[in-house]
Design a protein around this ligand. Structure first.
Ligand code: NAP
Length: 352
């Protein structure tokens, strides 16, 4: 089978780097170009020295170069890891050029731009108008484990906190185990804030510290609520408190709720295993999940405990991989009828 040309938007960003790493090791996708808004023409290895052995003299492209590829490649995989507020209009320009040329790119957007069902819902959270409202209907937003096939040509991947929270919460709601008010505490590594250091995300500030931010008002709450409702039919309340953790990669989410009927821990673990029996990247373990056991991989580790009618489900993922680039590749595999696991089965490095 011919390799599938793959284009990446989001240039020097952390998620774009992770996408590049995954595509370089993928059996079917092949890098056909990576867009940098700020560094077209520069060697990609300068931005991602850890990938240098696999990059050769690959150089960043301009938007004009990427447009040329999108309009001449009959089909390609197009990932966007551009910032929210930029991604929608950029994708729209490329899809419009492709339509005019008669080519058929498939898109997975990792930014927030196509995660909402309406431009109003997006604007309410991000406080600016949507960049391409007419395109929204062409995207479906879901964690791959919670929707077998997208009914649209393109997919929007939920955010990293949303992914971890949804993996832990959706079985509780889908199996009608809990009162639909869920309390979520999430801790993220510093790569979750992107490449540009700002006060509050800078290493000296985060190192050896732990603190919450945006308690109960984090912008992932509406997308968590909407994705959980789409997956389960239940509109639940999510009370979410995010925290900054003193590590670079990974997310740990703790979801607590009240059980409708008391069940013991082994029974709940068995129900979680059964719920995710056909999800190759979700591992339900008796032991509590640890970030280092998943960091750098597309695996999610879940565990749970109950006490009377109280339940806690714990989830660890890698924010850049399972929560962004890996989940996006998982979706793109499906869009191209490849095995869902293609290029994604490498386990975590450990001791990172
Ligand atoms: N970090 C995470 O854990 C995570 C998880 C899930 C989703 N996401 C989402 O993924 C996207 C990328 O996140 P990130 O952490 O990689 O951010 P990042 O490190 O800040 O990188 C974003 C990159 O986008 C490019 N860019 C900036 N302005 C642009 C423009 N006007 N046009 C085109 N490209 C532009 C920049 O690279 P160039 O100047 O080289 O183009 C920049 O380095 C964001 O939408 C974010 O919300 C991130």
């Amino acid at each position: 089978m011919a390799r599938i040309p793959t284009l990446i938007l989001g240039g020097t960003g952390y998620v774009a780097g992770e996408l590049l790493r995954l595509v370089l090791g993928h059996p079917q996708f092949e890098v056909a170009g990576i867009l940098s808004d700020s560094q077209p023409g520069e060697p990609v290895a300068k931005a991602f020295p850890h990938l240098a052995p696999a990059l050769g003299d690959l150089r960043f492209l301009s938007e004009a170069d990427i447009t040329q590829r999108v309009t001449t490649l009959p089909a390609c995989a197009l990932f966007s890891a551009a910032p929210h507020g930029v991604s929608a209009a950029l994708i729209d320009r490329l899809l419009a050029a492709a339509a005019a040329a008669g080519t058929r790119p498939r898109v997975v957007d990792i930014s927030a731009d196509y995660r909402y069902a309406t431009p109003e819902a997006y604007a309410a959270v991000y406080k600016h108008a949507h960049g391409a409202p007419a395109r929204i209907a062409e995207f479906t937003c879901a964690v791959p484990e919670h929707l077998a096939a997208a009914p649209t040509p393109h997919v929007a991947h939920p955010g990293c906190f949303a992914t971890a929270t949804l993996l832990a919460s959706v079985p509780l709601l889908a199996l009608d185990l809990v009162v639909p008010t869920l309390f979520v505490s999430g801790v993220t590594g510093s790569t979750g804030s992107g490449r540009k250091p700002v006060e509050g995300t800078h290493h000296p500030t985060r190192h050896s510290d732990l603190y919450s931010y945006n308690a109960l008002v984090h912008r992932h709450i509406p997308e968590i609520t909407a994705c959980a409702a789409a997956a389960t039919g239940v509109t639940a309340d999510f009370a979410f408190v995010p925290h900054s953790g003193p590590f670079a990669r990974g997310i740990h989410a703790t979801v607590q709720a009240t059980l409708k009927r008391a069940i013991d821990t082994p029974t709940l673990l068995a129900q979680l295993r059964s719920y995710y029996a056909h999800s190759p990247f979700v591992r339900v373990t008796d032991a509590a999940p640890r970030v280092k056991d998943v960091a750098g991989s597309n695996y999610a580790q879940l565990s749970a405990a109950t006490n009377g009618r109280t339940v806690a489900v714990l989830c660890a993922i890698d924010n850049l991989n399972k929560g962004a680039a890996g989940g996006a590749v998982q979706w793109m595999n499906r869009l191209f009828d490849l095995p869902e696991t293609a290029g994604l089965t490498a386990p975590a490095a450990g001791w990172t």
